[in-house]
Design a protein around this ligand. Structure first.
Ligand code: AMP
Ligand code: MG
Length: 601
């Protein structure tokens, strides 16, 4: 049994970068550029305007302002796609649109908004004149010829992976085709007497072949071209016949038939028609994994086609594909970075490793408070393919470690890099604490109103220490809950309440999770024992001491200044307190108000 690293090294030693081909640029997404790309043109081709406005001499705007306009004579107009016909001499301007070439003589563009054009038109003023309301420096709103790409520059280097932006750059150079490393053709064969095709009905004892689909989709995902060979039966003859059809491919991938059962004949075929390199790897799932090459004669010479025999269990075949077939495909495509993107995460479930192999556990990774957390994505049996649909990562438990416990840090290979599953973001939460009668509720009211005015979506949480009374014995809502409903909604034309019966006094973090992503800020009253940011309201007449120790507080709101290092605000200075909360917690979390704040008055 060899290690994962050694197995990968052996697989990669059999695959080579393929030859280049010339193709239309749009067919090259994800392929590696096989030539250096130089530009034959300047981009942009001429100096041009970055704004809709007036092209002029910067000199002529000296001293211009809202109350001291500089008046220029409009001598023409130029739109994108046409060439200017007028020269801009001193005291002159040309009306110009974004992307239009700058007229001879002009060295700056002042945008419409900084001229009196709208006012002039509305008041029927002289259209042959324009008032400039700001001072322009030379070069303002001018895009220089060749500032993006200069003629003869090396724009894209050989080896670059083509993404949408590179394809766009090639188009802007006027290059309809490009030389790239060709995509590998990967032949995919399922093996097993129990398998029937996806459209066939199931006779007793049969199952649908899913591996062909998973594997072919993986081949496409990583840039290869799958060639589906179908289903081979568990006999040397059947497999040999099928595999013969795949010998034109750059690589063969089979699934199933590599364990030690009576009908596991993939190894026998490999041994007969080529050579086995290894057939067990120290990993779980995926221990039975055969690798070698098949041979065929081509032009009088023996050609070797790498053959990866993946295990039959659907999860094992997918995980071993990720570890070995993916890097092989990427290498053939000329890619340099073969490693799976990996993060460090806090694992939320224990995982035991009882036989010293490297475990790949299917996990769901989410992000909370700038940390990744990984929880097991359901049952881990290697036949349970739906666990892969719940997972977005594979936690890697090293062969040396007997177990990881909840809370340990583990490496997680990301199956998808964050695009499919958004961050589990909870809104920033701040709690207002203080002794009874200190003025917490008044401050809450003022802050809520202030944040609404600033355009934020605000949720407020009130902790009822002695229970609360919106639902009592005998009410319909109470009876629904008593009958076992997890949540009861009570709705009316102007309110909806949501009652969830809980078995403990929820902490604020648990409440915030319920709030989802509908809010930009949660203001809570109370919860002084929690670890969320807290602001204490203090009143001199209730004593010098505070409810919380200063280290626990983000700020203090008081009518009697205290001798402490914690930020202090005056009672009633709501705007300053809101500024502090906005700056320290809301903007930091990357939240901006979703509707513009309403002006007061
Ligand atoms: P094997 O490695 O051939 O012993 O197969 C192991 C397990 O995977 C068996 O339960 C097979 O039925 C199952 N299996 C093998 N090939 C496929 C396939 N193409 N699609 C779905 N399940 C498969
Ligand atoms: Mg089988």
């Amino acid at each position: 049994m060899i290690s994962v690293e050694e197995a990968l090294e052996r697989v990669l030693s059999y695959v080579e970068v393929l030859e280049p081909e010339r193709k239309p640029i749009l067919a090259c997404l994800g392929q590696v550029l096989a030539e250096d790309i130089y530009s034959a043109i300047d981009i942009p081709p001429l100096d041009n305007s970055a704004m809709d406005g007036y092209a002029l001499h910067a000199e002529d705007t000296r001293g211009a302002g809202e109350s001291s306009p500089r008046h220029l004579t409009v001598v023409g107009e130029v739109a994108a796609g046409s060439m200017p016909t007028e020269e801009v001499g001193p005291g002159m301007a040309v009306r110009i649109m974004t992307g239009a070439p700058l007229p001879e003589g002009a060295d700056a563009v002042v945008r419409f908004e900084d001229t009196d054009e709208t006012k002039r038109r509305a008041s029927g003023g002289d259209p042959s004149q324009i008032g400039i309301l700001c001072q322009a420096n030379k070069g303002l709103n001018v895009r220089r010829k060749g500032e993006d790409i200069a003629r003869e520059a090396l724009v894209l280097k050989k080896g670059k992976v083509l993404r949408p932006q590179e394809i766009g750059v090639l188009a802007s150079l006027g290059q309809p085709t490009v030389l790239v490393i060709r995509r590998p053709i990967v032949a995919v064969l399922a093996t097993g007497d129990e398998l029937v095709g996806v459209a066939q009905s199931l006779a007793p004892g049969k199952i649908h072949d899913s591996n062909t689909y998973t594997i072919a989709a993986e081949v496409s995902r990583y840039g290869g071209i799958p060639k589906i060979l179908g289903i081979g039966r568990d006999s040397v003859q059947s497999l040999t016949e099928k595999l013969d059809e795949g010998l034109e491919a750059d690589m063969l991938i089979t699934s199933g038939g590599v364990s030690e059962g009576d009908y596991d004949v993939v190894k026998d075929v490999l041994a007969e028609r080529g050579k086995i390199n290894f057939w067990t790897v120290c990993m779980k799932p995926g221990k039975p994994l055969a690798f070698g090459f098949m041979t065929k004669m081509e032009g009088g010479r023996e050609k070797r086609i790498p053959h990866l025999g993946l295990p039959g269990n659907p999860v094992s075949s997918m995980i071993t594909f990720e570890q070995f077939a993916r890097p092989a495909i990427l290498r053939m495509m000329g890619k340099m970075n073969l490693a799976k993107p990996t993060i460090r995460a806090i694992i939320e479930d224990a995982v035991v490793n009882n036989d010293g192999r490297r475990v790949f556990a299917r996990v769901t990774v989410t992000r909370h408070d700038h940390r990744y957390r990984a929880s097991l994505a359901g049952p881990q049996g290697s036949g349970i393919l739906t666990s892969m649909t719940a997972a977005n990562g594979l936690a890697v438990i090293p062969e040396g470690s007997k177990a990881v416990k909840a809370g340990d840090i583990v490496d997680v290979q990301m199956l998808d890099w964050g695009e499919e599953r958004g961050e589990a973001k909870t809104p920033p939460t701040v709690s207002i604490v203080g002794k009874s009668q200190s003025g917490k509720t008044v401050l809450m009211e003022k802050l809520i109103a202030e944040f609404k005015r600033r355009g934020y979506r605000v949720a407020a949480v009130k902790h009822g220490r002695h229970g609360m009374n919106i639902d009592w014995q005998g009410k319909d809502s109470w009876r629904f809950a008593a009958a076992g409903a997890d949540t009861v909604f009570v709705s009316s034309p102007d309110k909806v309440a949501f009652i969830r019966n809980v078995n403990h006094d929820l902490n604020i973090e648990e409440i915030v999770l319920t709030a989802g992503t509908e809010f930009d800020l949660i203001l809570a009253e109370g919860f002084r024992k929690s670890r969320i940011p807290k602001i204490e309201v203090h009143r001199g007449e209730l004593g010098d001491d505070l409810l919380c120790s200063p280290e626990e507080l983000s700020a203090i709101v008081t009518d009697a200044p205290l001798d402490t290092n914690v930020a202090q605000f005056r009672q009633g200075d709501t705007a300053a307190i809101a500024d502090f909360i906005e700056r320290s917690f809301v903007l930091k979390a990357g939240i901006v108000p979703c509707s513009p704040g309403k002006e007061e008055g």
